[in-house]
Write a new protein. Structure first.
Length: 439
C-alpha cells in the first residue's frame, strides 16, 4: 500500500477513487469538504445529515412541546393524587423517555446510513452479468457511444437470482438491496426510504435507530394520552362533574388527548408497518416495488432469524472516512450529462489517430455512415480528461477518411488507436472499409 503525501499509510476506509486523489498530490482537504453527495456535515465531518436537515426543527418541537405542556399543566395535579412519590415518577418518566426519543432521533439522522462510495470513473466493461435482450437493445441504442457496460447484472442471493443495476451517478454496480437516493444523491446499502421527518436516508446503519425512534414516539404518545385521561378522571371525581366541565378545568389535558390520539395513529401505524417489515426481512422500498410482482423474498429466513438480523446484529462500520485527508481535485468527481446519462468529466476524449498513407479518393456518404455505426458499438476508450464520443464527431477525421484512399487493388491494414484495438482494412479498388474487432 502506498503512503500519502505525508508518508503515513492511507486510511483504512477509503474508496479506490479517494486513494487515487490522495496519491495524486496537491492541496488537501477533508473528504467531507469535497463530498459530491447532497449531505450536510457538522462538527468537522463527525455528523452527517441529509440535505433536508432543517426538518428536525419541526420534528423536535412536535415531540418536546407536548411533553413540556404535560409537565407544566398536568403533572402537578397527578403528583398530588398519587402517594409514595408515584406522581413524581410519572413526571420523571415522561421527561426521561422524551430525552431518549430525541437521542435516537439524532442517532438516526446524524450518522452515515450506509453510503456506498462512488467511483471516480466507470468500471471495466466486462460482461460479467446476463442482460435481457430488450434491455440490451435499449441500452445499446441509447448509450452505445458512451459505454458498453450492461445496465444490470444477475447475482445469486440464497439461491435466488437478483438483478443489480448500474448506477450512472456513482459509476458502480449497486450491491443487492442498495438503491440511489435522489434527495441525498448517494447509493445507500439496504435502502429503506428517505424520511423527511428525520432529514436522512434510512439504510443499513441507521434502520435500527429509526425503528426505535418511531416505536418510542408511539409509546410516548400513548403515555401522555393515558395520563391526561387519568387527570380528567380525577377532576371528574373531585368536582363531581361531567367530562366537558373537567376539560374546561384542564384544557391542556383535552388538547393533549386530541394531539396524542392523532399522533399515535400516525406513528403507531408506522411502527406496526415496520414491525411487519422486520419480521419478514423487507425494506419499504422492496415492499412497495415488488409486492405486485409476486416475487419471492430471498432474504426472508423466518420471523425469529429476521428480527435477530435486523434489530440485534452488529452494526457495520461506515465504509467512508469523512475526515480523511484527500487532494482537492474536484474535477475527478464532477459529473455532466451526455447522451442522456451521467458520466464522469474526468474521462478523457479518446484520441483517434488515423495513420493512413493512402492515395486520395472520395468515399460514398452511405459507406461512411456504415463505418460510423460500426465504430460506435465499441469505441469507448477508458481515459481521464473528458467524456468519450464517437470518432465521427470531428470533421477533421471524416475529411481524412474521405480524401485518403488510394486506387490500388489490395487490402491494406491501418490501426485506429483506441481502447479496444480495432483495425481498419481498406481496399482502394472498390473503396470499401471493413472493421476487425480486436477484443
Amino acid at each position: 500500500m502506498q503512503g500519502n503525501m505525508y508518508g503515513s499509510p492511507l486510511p483504512l476506509h477509503l474508496s479506490e477513487s479517494n486513494r487515487r486523489i490522495i496519491e495524486a498530490g496537491g492541496p488537501t482537504k477533508r473528504l467531507y469538504q469535497v463530498w459530491k453527495g447532497s449531505n450536510r456535515f457538522f462538527l468537522g465531518g463527525r455528523l452527517i445529515f441529509g440535505p433536508d436537515v432543517r426538518s428536525l426543527m419541526l420534528t423536535i418541537p412536535l415531540i418536546v412541546v407536548p411533553v413540556i405542556l404535560f409537565v407544566l399543566f398536568v403533572s402537578h395535579k397527578l403528583i398530588n393524587e398519587f402517594q409514595h412519590h408515584l406522581g413524581n415518577f410519572i413526571v420523571a418518566f415522561a421527561v426521561i423517555f422524551a430525552a431518549y426519543d430525541i437521542l435516537v432521533l439524532f442517532l438516526t439522522s446524524g450518522r452515515d446510513p450506509g453510503i456506498v462510495p462512488r467511483n471516480a470513473r466507470h468500471p471495466e466493461p466486462t460482461d460479467t452479468g446476463s442482460v435481457s435482450p430488450s434491455l440490451s437493445a435499449e441500452w445499446s441504442g441509447r448509450y452505445s457511444t458512451v459505454s458498453t457496460l450492461p445496465p444490470t447484472k444477475d447475482v445469486f442471493v440464497n439461491g435466488i437470482i437478483v438483478k443489480v443495476k448500474y448506477c450512472n451517478t456513482c459509476m458502480l454496480y449497486r450491491p443487492p438491496r442498495c438503491s440511489h437516493c435522489s434527495i441525498c444523491n448517494n447509493c445507500v446499502e439496504r435502502f429503506d426510504h428517505h424520511c423527511p421527518w428525520v432529514g436522512q436516508c434510512i439504510g443499513r446503519r441507521n434502520y435500527r435507530f429509526f425503528f426505535m425512534f418511531v416505536s418510542s414516539t408511539t409509546i410516548l404518545c400513548l403515555y401522555v394520552f393515558t395520563f391526561c385521561w387519568v387527570n380528567l378522571t380525577k377532576i371528574m371525581e373531585a368536582y363531581d362533574c361531567n367530562l366537558w366541565r373537567a376539560v374546561l378545568k384542564s384544557p391542556v389535558s383535552g388538547m393533549l388527548i386530541i394531539y396524542t390520539f392523532i399522533g399515535a395513529w400516525f406513528v403507531g401505524g408506522l411502527t406496526a408497518f415496520h414491525l411487519y417489515l422486520v419480521c419478514t426481512n423487507q425494506t419499504t422500498y422492496e415492499n412497495f416495488r415488488y409486492r405486485y410482482d409476486g416475487k419471492m423474498n430471498p432474504y426472508n429466513r423466518g420471523c425469529i432469524y429476521n428480527v435477530k438480523e435486523v434489530l440485534f446484529s452488529g452494526i457495520p462500520k461506515s465504509i467512508n472516512n469523512f475526515r480523511a485527508k484527500v487532494t482537492d481535485d474536484s474535477s475527478r468527481f464532477t459529473t455532466s450529462h451526455s447522451l442522456g446519462r451521467t458520466v464522469s468529466t474526468g474521462m478523457a476524449k479518446p484520441s483517434f489517430h488515423l495513420e493512413v498513407g493512402l492515395k486520395r479518393h472520395s468515399v460514398a456518404t452511405e459507406e461512411l455512415e456504415d463505418i460510423q455505426n460500426k465504430f460506435e458499438i465499441g469505441a469507448l476508450e477508458r481515459c481521464e480528461a473528458r467524456p468519450p464520443h464517437s470518432i465521427w464527431d470531428t470533421t477533421d477525421d471524416v475529411d481524412a477518411l474521405s480524401v485518403e484512399f488510394g486506387t490500388g487493388g489490395k487490402w491494406e491494414t491501418h490501426d485506429v488507436q483506441h481502447g479496444y484495438g480495432e483495425k481498419v482494412k481498406t481496399r482502394s479498388s472498390d473503396h470499401r472499409v471493413k472493421i476487425q474487432h480486436g477484443y
